[in-house]
Design a protein. Sequence first.
Length: 250
Amino acid sequence: MLKFFRKIRRDLLSEGKTGKYLKYAVGEIVLVVIGILIALQINNWNENRKDARMEIQVLQEISENLGEDILSLENDVYLNKISIDNVRLIEEVLRNRSSLPDSLLRKFGAVTFSATYTLKWSGYKNLSNIGFHILTKDTIRESITNLYETHYSFIKEREAAAKKTTFEYVIPRYLDYFDDLKTIGNDVGTSPVKLYTPKNFEALKEDPDFLRLLHYSEQIKQDNLYDLGLTLNQIRRTKRMIDIYLENKD
């Protein structure tokens, strides 16, 4: 094709048809420019299709991660509520019972529970590596960024603070009230059960410091529930936004 165009230019020059040669040269340049523009348009179209496929894939992964996070954090909500119930039951028994029931040994052991929040980051990390530009909806991009960079970071900081308070302040003082500390149920796949036997059950009823530790432990769990509620609301909102977008893409 290039040889053909060169031959035409050569013939026009040899025949002295300068005017026609110039018109032909301009026309050839226009054709080249048009060809380049078409190639660029095709390339942009292919890139857009590639970005659209990657957008769907990464949003599907994030949605799956968020579904798992909801289940995980809902379980943490349940565990914190159980821990609060245990504290309140201990307080009730201390107020109303003259003897120590065996069932209370497990309740005493559950007071030291401290939640660990397990969150999935793979989809968000994948999105960060690919680039946030592939997300076509600003509201989805903002919601995802806010969830991971603000809410997830916040709840992990709160988890660390709760653990620090529990392990460095509550537990050392709390354990001083117990004589025998047992752990049972260590089979693979089962959660260990702590059994704490108090040194002096009767003395606990009148000990303000022990009651204060119980109240403090309950307050930590109440704060956990508040933090979990905020994060779960944001996760559900973001997941719903992503899922609706993906459904409309089908």
